[in-house]
Design a protein around this ligand. Sequence first.
Ligand SMILES: [Zn+2]
Length: 67
Amino acid sequence: MAQTRLVILGCVEHERLTFELLEVRTRGRYLTRLRGISREEQAEWDRRERAALAQLVDHELEHGCGR
Ligand SMILES: [Zn+2]
C-alpha cells in the first residue's frame, strides 16, 4: 500500500528516503526479535530511525513532494 502511494508521488529521492527509513525500521525490529539487543544497540537503532525520518521530512519540506 505504501508502494502505491510512492508511485503516485513520483519522486525518486522521496522513494529512496522512504525505503531507507523502512529498511532501518525493519532491520532494527528484526534484530530485536531475532536475538534481543542491548539497550545501547536499541538506542542506536532508534537514533538511525530518527535520522532517516528527519531526512525524509526535510526532503518533503524542501521539495514539496510530501503532499
Ligand atoms: Zn521529492
